[in-house]
Design a protein around this ligand. Structure first.
Ligand code: NAD
Length: 436
C-alpha cells in the first residue's frame, strides 16, 4: 500500500514512520524545505523517544520518503493524510488555512481515486470543507475524479508517541462510504492484530471525539488543581485524595495529578477551539470555560508560593528551574507553563537558572538569553535562593539532596509536580512546598 502524509511534524512524522514500519510505502510531505532536507540526510527535527531509530531504518530500507512536492506522489497513492498544524486563530478558533491549502493542492492535481484523511485536530464540519475545496478545484479543471474524505483524529501523546501509535487504545475513523472504510481498515489492520479496536463513526462525530477527549483530560487536570488548592486551605493532602479517588474504578487513576498547569500544543488550543465552536453555534461550554480559567491561575501557583515565602521581596533572588518542556520526554515548549513562570520571575527582578535534559535549545529560541541555561541540574541549583521543579523528567526524581543543598544559597524547594517526599526533604534541611 502507498500513502502520503502531508505535514511532517510531531503527528505526521510519527504516523508516517509507524505506517512504514508496518510495511506501508509512505511519503512524508512538508512545505518546510529545511526540515525535509534534514530528514533526507537522517537528521530528525524533533525529540521523541524511539523515533530516530525507526525513521533511519525505514528511510534506509526504502519505505519512508521525504519531499516538499505533494504533486509528485499524489497520483501514486491510495490515501493522503493531512497532518498539518491547526494553531489557534486570534479568537481561539482553529486556523484551518493550512488544512484547506492542502485540500486545494489535492484538487488542483488529482487524477485518480484517493481517500483524503484529515488527521489534524479540526472542528466539526472541517472534513466537509475539505471535500468542498477539493471539489471546487476539480470543477475548475473540469476533472471528473472520484475521491472520498475521512476523519482519523490522532490520540498519540508527545513523549510516548511511537508506543501510542504502534499500540493504540483505539483508532477512530469517520467515513462516508464503504469504499473508504475498507481502505482505512486495511491500512490499520497491522496495528490491530492483538487488540481490535477500530471505531467507525460518521465524519462529524470523529471530529468531535478528538475535542471531547482532550477536553475531558484537561478537565480532569483542572478539577484536580482546583481540589489541590482547596486542600491547601482546609488542611487536606491532594496526593492522598488522588489515591483515594483514583482507585474508584468509575474514576480511574490517570490524569488526576495536581501541578502547575497543563500546557503543550494540544490541550490549551483544543479547549479554546471547542469553546469557540460552541460560541459560534450559540452555546456556552461553561465547564470548559472554568477549566481554562483554573489552568491560567494554576500557572502562577509556584510564583505565588515563592512570593509568600520571601514576603514579596523577590528582586535580586536567584531561582533555579528543573524542567522547561511542557512535559517530560519532549522538547516541545508550546504553551509550556515554564514560559509563563519564567516571565513572572524575570518581571519580579529574579535571576533564572534553568536546566532541561532536552528542551533547552527550543527554550532559548523562545525565551532568549535572559535565562541562564545550565549544563546539568546541579549547576542550575548553584547559588539559588529557591529551586522549582517544573517538569517531572525521570532524572529529577532522586537527586543527591546533599549536593543540591550545598549548591544552593537557601534550601527552598517548590515542587510543581508533587514528586518529592516532604519528610525526606525536611529531614535533609529543605523548606518544602508542593501543590495541594
Ligand atoms: P507541527 O507543527 O509539529 O507540524 C505541522 C507541520 O505541517 C509543520 O512541519 C508544517 O511545516 C507543516 N505544514 C504546514 N502547512 C503545510 C502545507 N500546506 N503542506 C505541507 N506541510 C505543511 O504540528 P503537530 O504537533 O504535528 O500537529 C499537527 C496536527 O495534529 C494539529 O492539528 C494538532 O492539533 C494535531 N495533534 C497533535 C498532537 C501532538 O501531540 N502534537 C497529537 C494529536 C493531534
Amino acid at each position: 500500500m502507498k500513502i502520503a502524509i502531508v505535514g511532517t511534524g510531531y503527528v505526521g512524522l510519527v504516523s508516517g514512520t509507524c505506517f512504514a514500519e508496518m510495511g506501508v510505502d509512505v511519503t512524508c510531505v512538508d512545505v518546510d524545505r529545511q526540515k525535509i532536507e534534514k530528514l533526507q540526510q537522517g537528521i530528525i527535527p524533533i525529540y521523541e523517544p524511539g523515533l530516530e531509530t525507526l525513521v533511519l531504518k525505514n528511510h534506509r530500507e526504502g519505505r519512508l520518503h521525504f519531499t516538499t512536492d505533494l504533486t509528485a506522489c499524489l497520483n501514486d497513492v491510495e490515501i493522503v493524510f493531512s497532518a498539518v498544524g491547526t494553531p489557534p486563530d486570534e479568537d481561539g478558533s482553529a486556523d484551518l488555512s493550512y488544512v484547506l491549502q492542502v485540500a486545494r493542492t489535492i484538487g488542483q492535481n488529482l487524477n485518480k481515486y484517493v481517500v483524503v484523511v484529515t488527521k489534524s485536530t479540526v472542528p466539526v464540519g472541517t472534513a466537509r470543507k475539505v471535500k468542498a475545496a477539493i471539489r471546487e478545484e476539480l470543477d475548475k479543471r473540469g476533472a471528473e475524479v472520484e475521491f472520498d474524505i475521512a476523519s482519523n483524529p490522532e490520540f498519540l501523546k508527545e513523549g510516548d508517541a511511537v508506543q501510542d501509535f504502534m499500540s493504540p487504545d483505539r483508532v477512530v475513523v469517520g467515513v462516508e462510504t464503504d469504499r473508504a472504510r475498507k481502505i482505512m481498515e486495511r491500512l490499520y489492520k497491522p496495528f490491530m492484530m492483538n487488540n481490535y479496536r477500530m471505531i467507525f463513526t460518521d465524519v462529524p462525530s470523529a471530529e468531535m471525539i478528538k475535542y471531547a477527549a482532550n477536553s475531558m483530560l484537561a478537565t480532569r487536570i483542572s478539577f484536580m488543581n482546583d481540589i489541590a488548592n482547596l486542600c491547601e486551605i482546609v488542611g487536606a493532602d491532594v496526593n492522598m485524595v488522588r489515591k483515594g479517588i483514583g482507585t474508584d474504578s468509575r474514576i480511574g487513576s490517570k490524569f488526576l495529578y495536581a501541578g502547575c498547569g497543563y500546557g503543550g500544543s494540544c490541550f490549551p488550543k483544543d479547549v479554546k477551539a471547542l469553546i469557540r465552536t460552541a460560541q459560534q453555534n450559540g452555546y456556552q461550554m461553561r465547564v470548559l470555560q472554568a477549566v481554562e480559567e483554573v489552568n491560567e491561575r494554576q500557572k502562577s501557583v509556584l510564583f505565588d508560593k515563592l512570593a509568600r515565602h520571601f514576603q514579596g521581596k523577590l528582586a535580586g533572588k536567584t531561582v533555579a528551574l528543573w524542567g522547561l518542556a511542557f512535559k517530560p520526554e519532549t522538547d516541545d515548549m508550546r504553551e509550556a507553563p515554564a514560559t509563563v513562570l519564567i516571565r513572572m520571575l524575570l518581571d519580579a527582578g529574579c535571576r533564572v537558572r534553568a536546566y532541561d535534559p532536552i528542551a533547552m535549545p527550543e527554550a532559548e529560541r523562545r525565551l532568549g538569553s535572559e535565562v541562564t541555561y545550565c549544563k546539568d541540574m546541579y549547576e542550575a541549583a548553584l547559588d539559588a535562593d529557591a529551586l522549582m521543579l517544573v517538569t517531572e523528567w525521570k532524572q529529577f526524581r532522586l537527586p543527591s539532596w546533599g549536593v543540591v543543598k550545598r549548591a544552593m544559597r537557601t534550601p527552598v524547594l517548590l515542587d510543581g509536580r508533587n514528586i518529592y517526599d516532604r519528610e525526606e526533604l525536611t529531614a535533609n534541611g529543605f523548606t518544602y512546598y508542593h501543590i495541594g
